[in-house]
Write a protein that binds this ligand. Structure first.
Ligand code: HMG
Ligand code: MG
Length: 302
């Protein structure tokens, strides 16, 4: 029998990073800062605020150092950065990021396209990051991409996901976020994948990260909650995607997730109206409607 639904869920807001990294309209540092401040004001306690990657590869993230420097930080909020290598880690530390995230994949081809190296090489690059992070007392989160399918290889076996997740966990990542990068999963394979991973990594060290390309993200989150997952990644206004996964659309919208959690009676500590405002703010800057059914429904009733 599956455990009861959790009483509380932590939202990891990835909009300012995963969301904006794939938006073609340039957003300046000051608008990113305003977005992040609106998100913290809405009660979000964990915000992935930027990444320290090559600006040639991901131009939208080139202002991440400025963003971290200009932020007015709220006590109790974690401002995290995505870092692919030591250079990125050093940039994140210099900018006073509270935490960093490293990222690998369950698919060799995706690893090559995304970070120009094999899975094994990516793990080797993370070894000095883990050591430096330990020295600096910085927590490290780990991502595994393509956990339910790869744009280049197709099907990915749950065992392969479990293998990479275990490696990141054993290296010292305190939490492993399981990424359906191209949003192809459905509840049955979500359940099988989480079953496989949780035999090796404790379920309370796992998070889910769904892109909503095929419109399955909320259903998949519900399936994950039924398995005992209590940490959900999402992006305000459903922004973004991954530039190295063709066709990957935005992450599941934070507004849609919080609406569902509220309906389920699961606590999040988030002020829903302020959350909607944050989504409308960044959507206006991008010149498009939020990719959130809930947000658009509220917008049309305003
Ligand atoms: P590379 O070309 O293999 O490595 O890139 P390199 O060491 O030869 O460096 C190339 C250039 O980048 C050099 O500059 C370096 O100095 C510079 P140049 O000499 O050409 O002027 N460089 C850097 N600049 C800034 N910050 C750095 C850095 N490192 C090198 N940290 C690299 C390797 C990893 C850098 C590159 O492939 C890269 O930046 N990739 C970006 C990957 C990325 O950000 N992808 C999106 C995020 S992952 C994602 O979205 C998935 C996730 O959401 C989960 C999911 O949905 O599944 C997490
Ligand atoms: Mg992602």
């Amino acid at each position: 029998m599956s455990p009861p639904l959790p009483k509380q869920v932590k939202i990891v807001e990835v909009g300012p990073r995963d969301g904006l990294q794939n938006e073609a309209t340039p957003i300046n540092a000051s608008d990113k800062v305003t977005l992040i401040e609106k998100l913290s004001d809405a009660g979000i306690t964990y915000i992935e605020s930027g990444s320290f990657v090559s600006p040639k590869w991901v131009p939208q993230m080139a202002t991440s150092a400025e963003v971290f420097e200009q932020l007015t930080r709220v006590k109790g909020v974690t401002y995290a950065a995505l870092t692919p290598n030591m250079r990125g880690f050093e940039g994140a530390i210099a900018a006073n990021a509270d935490e960093v995230a490293i990222f690998s994949a369950a698919s060799e081809s995706f690893s090559q396209k995304n970070i120009n190296c094999s899975i094994e090489e990516s793990l080797e690059r993370f070894v000095p990051i883990m050591a430096a992070a330990k020295n600096a007392n910085i927590k490290v989160r780990g991502y595994v991409s393509c956990v339910l399918g790869c744009p280049y290889e197709g099907e990915i076996l749950p065992e392969q996901v479990a293998l990479i997740a275990t490696k990141l966990y054993k290296m010292g990542c305190y939490e492993i976020s399981l990424g359906d990068t191209i949003g192809v999963g459905t509840p049955t394979n979500v359940t099988k994948m989480i079953e496989a991973v949780s035999t090796r990594v404790p379920i309370d060290k796992l998070a889910v990260h769904f892109h909503d390309t095929y419109g399955q993200a909320l259903t998949n989150i519900y399936a994950a909650l039924q398995m005992g997952i209590k940490v959900v990644d999402s992006a305000i206004a459903g922004l973004g995607g991954c530039p190295y996964a063709k066709g990957a659309s935005g992450n599941v919208a934070t507004e849609d997730v919080v609406y569902m959690l509220n309906g389920l009676g699961i606590k999040t500590s988030i002020n829903f109206n302020k959350l909607l405002e944050a989504g409308w703010f960044i959507s206006e800057k991008l010149g498009k409607a939020p990719i959130s059914k809930v947000s658009n429904a509220y917008l049309s009733n305003k």
